[in-house]
Design a protein around this ligand. Structure first.
Ligand code: UD1
Ligand code: CA
Length: 453
């Protein structure tokens, strides 16, 4: 396909969101809506993108990290047509331009490709993407003549009673021959209910001039849900959730209750993994094969090898080796490398630590800033005392050590290979290889004490 440019409209305030934040930065699965639109545009093969920003322009610009996007400022938001006028210089005199809205995050690259192909095959001056919806309120209605040819778009607020019933709507996506668009923009007026320059009015202008204007009806209307309010944001999130969950089920992942499973767009999950209800998987989380996740677990940027069981726990920015079990109620904080066949049990918190293969941390333990070797046994209630109120220090525990219950290991401190720490000890000095460290007062029994008192 020819080199086609795209303009994305993202200057509107989004009043109906009732938010301090610009509308297009509201997120679906932790990713701003505008990112989805950008990715769809790029995925359809478009290389040059110009974004029209206005309301809180700086915030929107800051959020866009892609290098190949240029920006133009629309100082006053006088309508979608006015927004495109600000990008005049970007519209090619020879060639085509695709127009997208920043608030329709569900559109896919495949649909855009089909639409561009339609535009080219039909040799249109303008193509508009339309969709059939049950409730057309708030959208522009597509008005056709008796033969079914496109006549015009009429905004809901300007439509008469009969037009308001038309369920074929404007998705807000168009492909223009650059020259025709430039010319039509000079003739736009704002004589309508909202006093705005409507971009879709250019279609009627071009048609009346004898141009070829055609609408392509999209297959799946869900892709064009415009997000103008929090209710529509939730609806869009639901559509995205279903789309993502369906994909993983098709890839061989069991989702016991897909309705109650939230998988981000950049997460990946291996075959035969079972995700139990109430899980939220975020960021660039990668889950291996044959894992059991949940119920009620949250993970952000976690990497899990095969066969991990992660039950009712939270984890972030860490990796977990094969066949390791986590939870219930464990908390894996950033920067942990947890080995294979490890047990991280209930009410265990691990932070910025390395845990070697086969080590067991079964219950009620805090491991922070620690390098722990293989096959260590942590007794219930172990605490690595890593903070003196000013600085953090590391604890080193070598392979095969046995840490008795309720021990404090005051960092910086090293517990060498094969040594034992007696239960209840507060260890402040290094423990040599194969030694027993006892750091508590001796027990004294006072005979007959109870009867005397
Ligand atoms: C628009 C269309 C409507 C279509 C619907 C699809 C017009 C007049 N109406 O209505 O036919 O059915 O989208 O979702 O185009 N924007 C600017 N500058 C402005 C105004 C808007 O950049 O001055 C941007 C917004 O940030 C948004 C997009 O354009 O991303 C659409 O604007 P919005 O106000 O949401 O239009 P709708 O009323 O939804
Ligand atoms: Ca909209």
């Amino acid at each position: 396909m020819k080199n086609i440019k795209a303009i994305i409209l993202a200057a509107g305030e989004g009043k109906r969101m009732k938010s301090q934040k610009p509308k297009v930065l509201h997120e679906i699965f932790n990713k701003p809506m505008i990112e989805y639109v950008l990715e769809a545009a790029e995925g359809s093969g478009i290389q040059e993108i110009c974004m029209v920003v206005g309301h809180q322009a700086e915030e929107v610009k800051k959020a866009i990290t892609k290098a190949d996007v240029s920006f133009v400022l629309q100082k006053e938001q006088l309508g979608t047509g006015h927004a495109v006028m600000q990008a005049q210089h970007f519209i090619p005199a020879e060639g085509e331009v695709l127009i997208l809205c920043g608030d329709t995050p569900l559109v896919t690259a495949e649909t855009l490709q089909k639409f561009l192909q339609f535009h080219q095959d039909e040799n249109n001056d303008v193509s508009i993407l339309s969709a059939w919806v049950d409730n057309p309120a708030g959208y522009g209605h597509i008005i056709r003549d008796k033969e079914g040819s496109f006549l015009k778009n009429i905004e809901h607020k300007d439509a008469n009673a009969e037009e308001k019933l038309v369920c074929e709507i404007n998705t807000g996506i168009y492909c223009f021959q650059g020259k025709k668009l430039k010319e039509a923009l000079t003739r736009l007026t704002n004589h309508n209910q909202q006093g705005e320059y409507y971009l879709p009015d250019t279609l009627e202008i071009i048609r009346k001039d004898g141009g070829k204007v055609n609408a392509m009806i999209a297959e799946d209307a869900h892709e064009f849900l415009g997000v103008n309010s929090r209710v529509q944001l939730a609806e869009a999130t639901d559509v995205m959730k279903k789309r993502i969950n369906l994909k993983w089920m098709e890839e061989g992942v069991t989702l016991v209750d897909p309705q109650n499973t939230y998988i981000g767009p950049e997460v990946s999950i291996g075959q035969d993994t079972v995700v139990l209800p109430g899980c939220v998987l975020e960021g660039k989380t990668v889950i291996g094969e044959g894992c059991i996740i949940g119920p009620n677990s949250r993970m952000t940027n976690m990497i899990l090898s095969n066969g991990v069981k992660f039950q009712a726990s939270t984890g972030m920015d860490s990796t977990i080796g094969e066949e390791t079990t986590v939870g219930p109620y464990a908390y894996i904080r950033p920067n942990c490398v947890i080995g294979a066949h490890v047990k991280v049990g209930d009410f265990v918190e691990v932070k910025n630590s390395v845990i070697g293969n086969g080590t067991k941390i079964s219950h009620l333990t805090y491991i922070g800033d620690t390098d722990a070797g293989e096959n260590i046994n942590f007794g219930c209630g172990t605490v690595t005392v890593n903070y003196d109120g000013k600085k953090k220090f590391r604890t080193t525990i070598e392979d095969g050590a046995f840490i008795g219950c309720n021990a404090n290991l005051v960092a910086p401190v090293t517990v060498k290979k094969g040594s034992y720490i007696a239960a209840g000890s507060t260890v402040t000095k290094d423990v040599p290889e194969d030694a027993l460290a006892v750091a508590r007062s001796r027990q004294q029994n006072i005979e007959g004490w109870t009867k005397k008192h």
